[in-house]
Design a protein around this ligand. Structure first.
Ligand SMILES: Nc1ncnc2c1ncn2[C@@H]1O[C@H](COP(=O)(O)OP(=O)(O)OP(=O)(O)O)[C@@H](O)[C@H]1O
Ligand SMILES: [Mg+2]
Length: 442
């Protein structure tokens, strides 16, 4: 018996603004060139380009205007397509489902279900399949949690047909990125990402992440809506999807790309110098319809992350979305404090000022103009937020059911002593010399 040839490409479908059904936008081919380098080519379809309502897949790389785009970055996978592909949690589930590991990037795109972040979907047929109408309901959370637990422990799922069916259900949600166990569930309001606690978590993540989102709202940030559900003695965090809007006709989908794509970078260490709030502010100013509002929102988010020691603020934890034509910074999500040892020095994952990644007030203020803020405006945001975080984190966490023990575990994360530490001359000198380097945009 001859095996089916592996696909080397797929069609890219998009759900256009204001609609609930996908149309074919482009063809994507992933091949290896003569030098052995993975090479991606995307060609927008002629009939798509002829539509009056066609939109770009993303506002930085695949901008309508040409019809063919090529890349060798990220193994040939354009950032916007990689953003629509699963991360470690989803990949693990898909590998279990398919019974093969690792799979090709194209396999991950084609095997993951169509509830991925953003407005894209993928398939082998020239015409998009009918949109999915059935999702896991919140009522299935207990079952989903049990399966997620078994997968985290690398256990075989019981041979019970009901569980096997639920195992299939957990695949719904694998397209969402991130490393934590999660699933997508639906209720009358719409779609939610259910994030499950793990047995080896240092604290009750569901309650603490929810508390951080509530605290962030209190500090004036726009965040994803969240709530905590209880399943027996366990808690699950439910985050409302901001890229979906439930309507009578089905779900509208917002386009969504990560900051990694906006910054034209990837996860590799060599490209980490582009992991920068300052550069992201500049890109946002370029692509968003309301530059001043978006840049200020990013500034507030950066300050908040520094004040709660959220050092996992990597560029996949920021995104831009377009519900209609204009792009804007997405609501904040994945806000988690970290238990840090140093009282003096903490680094964010992204550059936030002249001193690099240092989560320090002076550093945050050093590039205020790039966020379209005057020095006074920036300073008053930092000062007010510091007081708010310091003064309210505990009562906020307790009010959403975080235990006193968990609060003790995370207490050192908030407005740590080094946040107000004076600027160190050695850092200043280093950053000046880096700024002088050719090609450095800082
Ligand atoms: N409310 C939301 N609406 C739409 N998409 C979202 C929302 N929240 C998160 N996402 C998308 O889902 C991905 C995973 O979510 P999240 O970052 O919360 O998971 P995680 O597993 O904690 O991630 P990490 O691996 O960074 O710890 C995000 O990178 C983002 O693309
Ligand atoms: Mg994340």
């Amino acid at each position: 018996m001859t095996s089916k040839p592996e696909p080397t490409g797929c069609f890219v479908y998009i759900t256009l603004p204001g609609t609930t059904e996908a149309v074919t936008a482009a063809r994507f081919e992933l091949t290896t060139n003569r030098s052995g380098i993975r090479f991606g080519r995307l060609v927008y379809g002629k009939s798509y380009l002829a539509r009056g309502d066609a939109v770009s897949i993303d506002p930085v790389e695949l901008v309508l205007g040409r019809d063919t785009y090529e890349t060798t970055k990220m193994n040939g996978v354009f950032g916007a397509l990689r953003d629509a592909s699963p991360d470690s949690w989803g990949r693990r589930l898909i590998e279990r489902h398919v019974g093969k590991s690792p799979l090709s990037e194209l396999d991950y795109l084609l095997e993951s279900p169509d509830d991925r972040a953003g407005a894209l979907s993928f398939g082998l047929g020239q015409k998009p399949p009918a949109p999915r109408r059935k999702f896991n309901q919140t009522i299935a959370l207990a079952k989903l949690q049990a399966i997620a637990d078994a997968i985290v422990k690398d256990e075989e799922l019981p041979a019970d047909p009901e569980v096997a069916q639920a195992g299939e259900l957990l695949l719904v949600g694998t397209s969402m990125g991130g490393a934590r166990p999660k699933a997508v569930v639906e209720d009358d309001e719409g779609l939610w990402i259910a994030k499950f606690n793990r047995a080896d978590d240092k604290w009750n993540y569901a309650r603490i992440e929810h508390a951080m989102l509530v605290l962030a709202r209190g500090c004036g940030l726009t965040t994803a809506e969240s709530k905590v559900a209880s399943i027996g003695t366990r808690n699950v965090l439910l985050i409302k999807r901001f890229d979906r809007e439930k309507t009578e006709a089905g779900y509208r989908r917002a386009r969504m790309v990560s900051a990694l794509t906006v910054l034209g970078t990837d996860d590799s260490v060599q490209l980490r110098e582009k992991w920068s709030y300052v550069l992201l502010a500049e890109e946002l100013r370029r692509v968003s319809g309301e530059p001043k509002k978006n840049a200020a929102e990013l500034f507030r988010r950066m300050c908040f992350n520094a004040l709660i020691s959220n050092t996992d603020d990597h560029p996949r934890n920021h995104a831009i979305i377009a519900k209609r034509h204009d792009w804007k910074l997405s609501p904040a999500y994945d806000l988690v404090p970290s238990a840090q040892v140093s009282l003096e020095h903490r680094d964010l994952a992204m550059i936030c000022g002249d001193q690099g990644r240092v989560a320090n007030a002076n550093n945050l203020l050093s590039q205020a103009a790039r966020f379209l803020l005057s020095d006074d405006e920036a300073k008053s945001i930092v000062d007010a937020m510091k007081e708010r975080v310091k003064g309210t984190w505990y009562e906020t966490a307790r009010s959403v059911g975080a235990s006193d023990k968990d609060c003790e575990r995370i207490a050192g994360a908030f407005a740590y002593p080094g946040f107000d530490r004076p600027w160190m001359a050695s850092h200043q000198t280093r950053m000046r010399s880096e700024r002088g380097r050719p090609g450095c945009r800082m």
